[in-house]
Design a protein around this ligand. Structure first.
Ligand code: 5AD
Ligand code: SF4
Length: 463
């Protein structure tokens, strides 16, 4: 293997990016490249970037600057993802040692771009910018976890929320056919996966190009595949979230009892400025459907604090919404002005100090809510999928169907293998995690003599 046929990839951002990287890795391997874990050993250094907030973007340029010192060694550099799409050829000016700049909507052309790179071209771009109707499908996805994996069902976004870069960086909305999604899930189940997570910026606007299945029907079809034990999906958009999704969860035990439904603000006034296309009342109506389900469905959300024009009274409405809904997790962000977005030019008189105070108030309130909501699990027995082992604490780590972290002991020196499902009795609760003991010491799990040491790091939620 020649050194130039080795690559290193580093990924920032959301689950969508994490999964894109799995597809990029699979594509490169198919082209004869071998992945290395140290950038010093790589002929090609790829950087899959995020531009959702300014901080994420700053990280990219900081890291690119660090790569500069490697440029004398004949290495090639490529920038992928949202910053690539957003900044385009300007990246070549800012970092002249970069030879490839490609947004996610152009990854299906990667083999061709790689060939040009190998031929010595230096300013290769893949910038589709809302032109393409095609999705990036490959059967060579190099999934990093052999038990649970992502499946992209829809790419891009047509919503154009006032603050968001995604419609500009990930192109227009395009769904895969239900047959191809089901086939991918079936292949995964056949090779030992028991959990899949559907991915999309807005999975609820999924439209089967073959007209065969609605989003809820697709969830059920995958949930009913032999061997499938858990099906998740993210991210939902309140405007497109329909009641049949709740009915599907109720009727299909393999569909996880968790919905991530980003609200962004509790004030209808701010929601209108954000162009979210729903009011507080309409959002709460969807929450009432979820709460009326027979299964207890966990709810989580994203919130932006300090959007231009947000008053104290608007913010107060977001705080009261937390109590009304009772979320199990809130991902709260201070508003970050982004290039090209409509909110960039909206008047904003709230001082940054006040915005960070609001963020703190929100997080403190939410912590109290979670202390109570997590507390309700005390004594409950829940099924946990084993994800790893924490040797410092002597605890196995895993996740419940509601996506809650559960740390537990088994009473045995031999740890259960990753991917096992065990019943765990909850003995202690925290605002962000649960602690318990495996029922019967986890005796019904196929034990592995090798302790699982590594715990996976979960990427941030997507928009
Ligand atoms: N500023 C702050 N937060 C943002 N998000 C998206 N765009 C911005 C922005 N410009 C948040 C939203 C979204 C999550 C992934 O990131 O809450 O749901
Ligand atoms: Fe970041 Fe959004 Fe792009 Fe994901 S889709 S990488 S969160 S900007």
């Amino acid at each position: 293997m020649s050194a130039s046929k080795t690559f290193y990839i580093e990924t920032f951002g959301c689950q969508m990016n994490a999964h894109d990287s799995e597809k990029v890795v699979g594509t490169l391997e198919r082209q004869g490249y071998a992945q290395v874990v140290d950038e010093a050993d790589a002929g090609l250094i790829l950087y899959n970037t995020c531009s959702i907030r300014d901080k994420a973007e700053q990280k990219v340029f900081h890291r690119l600057n660090e790569y500069k010192k490697l440029q004398g060694e004949g290495k090639k550099f490529g920038v992928l993802g949202c910053v690539a799409q957003q900044e385009g050829e300007a990246i070549f000016d800012r970092a002249p040692y970069v030879s490839l700049v490609a947004g996610s909507a152009s990854y299906r052309k990667l083999p061709e771009m790689l060939a040009r790179l190998e031929a010595g071209e230096t300013r290769i771009t893949g910038l589709d910018d809302r032109q393409t109707d095609e999705t990036f499908e490959t059967e060579f996805t190099a999934r990093t976890n052999p038990h649970r994996g992502y499946i992209t069902i829809i790419e891009g976004c047509d919503k154009f929320c006032a603050y968001c870069v995604v419609p500009y960086t990930r192109g227009k909305e395009r769904s895969r056919t239900s047959d191809s999604v089901i086939e991918e899930a079936r292949r995964m189940a056949d090779s030992g996966f028991t959990e899949v997570q559907f991915l999309g910026q807005n999975v609820n606007s999924y439209r089967d190009p073959s007209g065969k299945k609605s989003f809820a029907e697709l969830l059920v079809a995958v949930g009913e595949l032999p061997g499938m034990r858990r099906v998740r999906f993210t991210t939902s958009h309140p405007r497109d979230f329909t009641r049949d999704i709740v009915e599907a969860i109720d009727a299909t035990p393999t569909l996880c009892d968790h919905v991530h439904l980003p609200v962004q603000s509790g004030s209808s006034q701010v929601l209108s400025l954000m162009a979210r296309e729903y009011t507080r009342e309409q959002y709460l109506e969807r929450i009432s459907w979820i709460k009326a389900a027979r299964r207890e469905i966990s709810m989580t959300t994203d919130i932006i604090v300090g959007f231009p024009g947000e008053t104290d009274a608007d913010f107060e409405q977001t705080v009261t919404l937390l109590g009304e809904v009772g979320y199990d997790a809130v991902f709260a962000f201070q508003y970050s002005p982004r290039p090209n977005t409509p909110s960039l030019v909206m008047p904003d008189s709230t001082p940054p100090q006040m915005k960070s105070e609001r963020l703190q108030i929100l997080m403190d309130r939410q912590r109290e809510i979670q202390r109570v909501s997590y507390g309700r699990h005390l004594g409950e027995v829940m099924e946990v999928m084993v994800e790893g082992y924490n040797p410092q604490r002597g605890q196995v780590t895993g996740r419940s169907s509601q996506n809650k972290t559960v740390n537990f002991t088994t009473g045995s020196l031999i740890q259960p293998a990753k991917g096992n499902y065990l019943p765990v009795r909850i003995t202690q609760t925290f605002p962000n995690s649960l602690v318990g003991e495996a029922v019967n010491g986890g005796a019904n799990a196929a034990a592995s003599a090798i302790p699982c040491i590594q715990n996976e790091v979960e990427a941030a939620f997507i928009g």
